[in-house]
Design a protein around this ligand. Structure first.
Ligand code: DAH
Length: 366
C-alpha cells in the first residue's frame, strides 16, 4: 500500500505537468484504464480480509477520486488555453477589403423601392409608413369610402374576424392610400411624403398576387394645382426610366379620395415586339399604357386628415411597384417575384453594393 501514495503523488505531478490533451489521456489510461494502477488496486480488494478492506478500500477510492478530479480540471484548463490561443490567432481585421464577392442579390422590388426613395428624396419627399394590418376607417372611410360605398367591394379585401378596441373592422390594407391619412394626422401640413409598402387583395393570376407592392405619394401645401402634379410625375418617370423622351397623357378618371382624378398613361414604343416606355404613344409603332392613379386630394380627405381644406390643398398618386419593376427590367410573370427561386433572383437581382443614386444612374445593374 505504500505503492498507493507513491503512485498517486507521481500521477498528480504528471497531470500538473501535462501540456496536451493527448498527454492527459495517456495518464488517464495508465491510472484508470483496465491495466492501470488504480484498477489493479481496486481488483486487489477482492483478496483482502474484511478488516483490510475496511481500512484500504476508502484510500483506494479516494485516490481514484483525486486522480479523476485532477484529470478533468487539467483537461478543462488545457482546452480553455487552446481556445484562447485560437481566438488570439484567428482575429479578423474588419477594415480589410472583402476577399470574395458577396453572394446573394437584392430583389428587384427592393431595388425599385430604393430607386423611388432616391428619386423622390431629391424632390424633397420623406418616406412615411403605416401598418399592413389596418382598420377600415383608415383604409376606406377616411379616404371618402363610407361603409356602403361601391368602391369597397372592388377591393377584394381580406378581413379579420375580430374588430379592434374601437369597434372598427380589421383588414389587410388593400392599398397604401391609408398612409396619406396617417401622415396628415401625424405630421400635419405642409407635407411631402412617399409611402412604399405591401398591400393585399384576394386575387391571383399571372399579373395579380394576393400580396403585392404599391407606392403612394402625397403633397399637401398652399396653392397646389394639377400643374404641380403633372410636373412631379413627369420628373419622376423620366428619372425612373432614365429617358428624357417620356410622354405623359392624363385621362379624367374617378377615385373617391381625389377630385378631380386622373389616370396617367405613359407612351411606349414596340421594340422587337416588346413594349418599351418612351416616346409618344401616338407614334405609328406606339401606344399608351396606364402607370399611375392620381388627382387632387379630395376636400373630405384633407378634413379627415385633420386639416382645413380651405387652407390646404394637395395632390396624391399611387402605383404598383412590382409593375414598375416589370416595365423597367422586363420580367413578364409577377408570380415569379414571390417564388424565391435562386436562379430567377440571380438573373434579375441586383448587387448588394450597387446602391442606386441619381448621379450614378438609379438602376445600375450588377
Ligand atoms: N389607391 C389606389 C389603388 O389602390 C391608387 C391610387 C389612385 C392612389 C389615385 C392615389 C390616387 O393616391 O390619387 O388602386
Amino acid at each position: 500500500m505504500e505503492n498507493l501514495d507513491q503512485h498517486q503523488a507521481e500521477t498528480l505531478a504528471a497531470i500538473a505537468e501535462a501540456a496536451t490533451v493527448q498527454a492527459i489521456e495517456a495518464i488517464r489510461v495508465s491510472a484508470l484504464g483496465k491495466q492501470g494502477w488504480v484498477s489493479a488496486l481496486l481488483k486487489s480488494l477482492g483478496g483482502m480480509t474484511r478488516e483490510q478492506r475496511h481500512s484500504e478500500g476508502p484510500k483506494i477510492h479516494a485516490a481514484r477520486e483525486a486522480v479523476t478530479a485532477a484529470l478533468s480540471e487539467r483537461k478543462a484548463a488545457l482546452e480553455h488555453a487552446a481556445l484562447e490561443a485560437r481566438l488570439a490567432a484567428e482575429t479578423v481585421d474588419l477594415s480589410l477589403p472583402a476577399s470574395e464577392t458577396p453572394r446573394g442579390s437584392v430583389h428587384p422590388v427592393s431595388q425599385v423601392m430604393d430607386e423611388l426613395a432616391e428619386i423622390f428624396a431629391d424632390m424633397g419627399f420623406a418616406v412615411a409608413s403605416g401598418p399592413e394590418i389596418e382598420d377600415d376607417w383608415h383604409n376606406f372611410t377616411a379616404l371618402n369610402m363610407p361603409e356602403t360605398h361601391p368602391a369597397r367591394a372592388m377591393h377584394d379585401t381580406f378581413y379579420f374576424p375580430d374588430r379592434d378596441a374601437e369597434g372598427r373592422s380589421m383588414l389587410l390594407r388593400t392599398h397604401t392610400s391609408p398612409v396619406q391619412i396617417r401622415a396628415m394626422l401625424d405630421q400635419g401640413a405642409p407635407l411631402r411624403v412617399i409611402a412604399p409598402g405591401r398591400v393585399y387583395r384576394s386575387d391571383s393570376d399571372a399579373t395579380h398576387t394576393p400580396m403585392f407592392h404599391q407606392i403612394e405619394g402625397l403633397v399637401i401645401d398652399k396653392g397646389i394645382h394639377l400643374g404641380h402634379l403633372k410636373w412631379t410625375l413627369e420628373t419622376f418617370l423620366k428619372a425612373f426610366f432614365e429617358r428624357d423622351d417620356i410622354v405623359l397623357r392624363l385621362r379624367p378618371s374617378y377615385f373617391p379620395f381625389t377630385e378631380p382624378s386622373v389616370e396617367v398613361d405613359v407612351g411606349y414604343t414596340l421594340v422587337g415586339g416588346k413594349r418599351v416606355v418612351g416616346g409618344s404613344g401616338d407614334a405609328p409603332d406606339g401606344g399608351w399604357m396606364e402607370v399611375l392613379g392620381s388627382g387632387m386630394v379630395n376636400r373630405k380627405v384633407i378634413a379627415f386628415g385633420g386639416l382645413d381644406p380651405d387652407e390646404w390643398q394637395g395632390f396624391a398618386f399611387g402605383t404598383g411597384v412590382d409593375r414598375l419593376a416589370m416595365l423597367k427590367y422586363g420580367m413578364d410573370d409577377l408570380r415569379a417575384f414571390f417564388d424565391g427561386d435562386a436562379r430567377w433572383l440571380g438573373h434579375y437581382g441586383f448587387g448588394a453594393l450597387d446602391v442606386p443614386t441619381l448621379s450614378g444612374g438609379v438602376g445600375v445593374r450588377a
